[in-house]
Design a protein around this ligand. Structure first.
Ligand SMILES: Nc1ncnc2c1ncn2[C@@H]1O[C@H](COP(=O)(O)OP(=O)(O)OP(=O)(O)O)[C@@H](O)[C@H]1O
Ligand code: SF4
Ligand SMILES: [Mg+2]
Length: 327
C-alpha cells in the first residue's frame, strides 16, 4: 500500500509585529500585533488545504511566514521533513522554487513594461534553469497552453493592459507552474475577479493540481469557495486556529462557535432547508494586548459554564478534527 507523506509541517509558528505608536510605547513598553500566534498543522502531499477566517485574522501573514518572505518570530516549518527555518538565503531561494505563492492582486505582481513571454519565463532565466532560448520559449508556450491562454504565441507577446483580470491571474499561475513546484500557496487568488470568472479559475486550478501533481494551500474568506476547492480546512481567528479537519466533517459538524457562525452564513443549495443565520456581534478586534483566556470570548454567544480562564488548546473531537474551545 502506498502511504502519502506530509509535504509541510508547521509547529507553533508565530509572527508578531512590534507596535511603534501609542501611549505605552512612548514609555518604552513593547507591544505586539500577534498576527500569527502558535499555529501548528500539517498537509499531506496532494491535499488542498483551505485557510479561512475574517479579514485581519492572519491568513496572509501565515502564508508569508511559512515561505519566510517574512521571518517568523518563533516556531518551525518543515518542507518534506527539512526544517526551512534553519536554511540560509541561498538554500531558501532554491527551496522557494518548489513552494510558490500566488497573490490576490495580479496587477501588483506583473510588471506592465514586460510582455507575457518575459513575465512567465523570468524565473527560469534568472535561475538559469533552461539550456537555451529555444527551450525557454517552448516551456513558456507550453505553460501558457496549460493555463488555457490559447493561442499561446499570441498571448506570449501581449502586455498586461491587453489582458482581462482572469487572464492576468492565469499569467500569475503560469509564472508559478513553469517552475514545476510541489506546493502552491494561493492567497485569495480569485477575490479580485468578477464572480463569473471565479469558478473558471478555481476549476482551472483543480485541473492543474491533477496535471502537475500539486499540493495547495488555498486562502479565502469565503467558506463556500473553500468547500468547492478544498478537502481540508483550517478556520483561523485572531492569529490562532479555532478549528481544523477534513472539509466535509467540519462543515457538517462544526464545533467551535466561530465556525458554527461562519457555516450558518454559507449559501446552501436547498432553499427549502430551514437555516438559522448566526450574526456575530462586534468587529474582529486587532490582535494586540489580547486578554487572557479564550480570544473569541468577547464575541461568543456560547460563553458560559465550562469556559476556563486559560486559552483553550486544540483538542481532537473526531478523527483528524481539532477544536480550540473549552465547551
Ligand atoms: N507588516 C505589518 N506590520 C504590522 N502589522 C501587520 C503587518 N502585516 C499584517 N499586520 C497585522 O497583522 C494582522 C493580520 O494581518 P493579515 O494581513 O495576515 O490578515 P488576513 O487574514 O490576510 O486579512 P485579509 O483577509 O484582509 O487579507 C492584522 O491585524 C494586520 O493589521
Ligand atoms: S471557550 Fe467558551 S468563550 Fe471560547 S469559544 Fe468556547 S464557548 Fe466560546
Ligand atoms: Mg490577506
Amino acid at each position: 500500500m502506498v502511504t502519502r507523506k506530509d509535504i509541510l509541517e508547521v509547529y507553533d509558528l508565530q509572527k508578531w509585529f512590534p507596535v511603534r505608536s501609542g501611549i505605552l510605547s512612548l514609555f518604552g513598553e513593547k507591544r505586539f500585533v500577534k498576527a500569527v500566534d502558535k499555529v501548528s498543522f500539517s498537509i499531506e502531499e496532494g491535499d488542498s488545504l483551505c485557510i479561512v477566517g475574517e479579514s485581519g485574522c492572519g491568513k496572509t501573514t501565515l502564508a508569508r511566514t511559512i515561505l519566510r518572505l517574512i521571518e517568523p518570530t518563533g516556531g518551525r516549518v518543515l518542507f518534506r521533513g527539512e526544517d526551512i527555518t534553519k536554511k540560509n538565503r541561498e538554500e531558501m531561494q532554491k527551496l522557494r522554487l518548489k513552494m510558490q505563492i500566488i497573490f490576490q492582486n495580479p496587477f501588483e505582481v506583473l510588471d506592465p513594461r514586460l510582455p507575457v513571454r518575459t513575465l512567465v519565463g523570468e524565473a527560469l532565466s534568472i535561475h538559469n534553469l533552461t539550456e537555451d532560448e529555444d527551450e525557454l520559449e517552448k516551456r513558456v508556450l507550453k505553460v501558457l497552453e496549460d493555463v488555457r491562454l490559447i493561442p499561446s504565441d499570441d498571448f506570449a507577446q501581449r502586455y498586461t493592459h491587453e489582458l482581462s483580470g482572469g487572464q492576468l491571474q492565469r499569467v500569475c499561475i503560469a509564472r508559478s507552474l513553469i517552475l514545476k513546484p510541489d506546493l502552491i500557496i494561493a492567497d485569495e487568488p480569485v477575490s479580485m475577479l468578477d464572480a463569473s470568472i471565479r469558478t473558471e479559475i478555481m476549476n482551472l486550478m483543480e485541473d492543474l493540481k491533477n496535471e502537475y501533481g500539486l499540493t495547495y494551500i488555498f486562502i479565502t474568506h469565503d467558506l463556500a469557495q473553500a468547500r468547492y476547492i478544498g478537502n481540508h480546512i483550517i478556520v483561523m481567528y485572531l492569529g490562532r486556529i479555532a478549528e481544523m479537519g477534513p472539509m466535509e466533517e467540519v462543515i457538517q459538524n462544526p464545533v467551535h462557535p466561530y465556525t458554527t457562525a461562519l457555516v450558518s452564513n454559507v449559501p446552501i443549495p436547498d432553499p427549502d432547508e430551514e437555516r438559522y443565520r448566526i450574526m456575530l456581534p462586534g468587529e474582529t478586534p486587532t490582535p494586540i494586548d489580547l486578554p487572557p483566556g479564550c480570544r473569541f470570548q468577547p464575541r461568543c454567544q456560547e460563553y458560559g459554564e465550562g469556559c476556563r480562564p486559560e486559552e483553550p488548546e486544540l483538542r481532537e473531537v473526531a478523527p483528524g478534527h481539532f477544536v480550540s474551545c473549552w465547551r
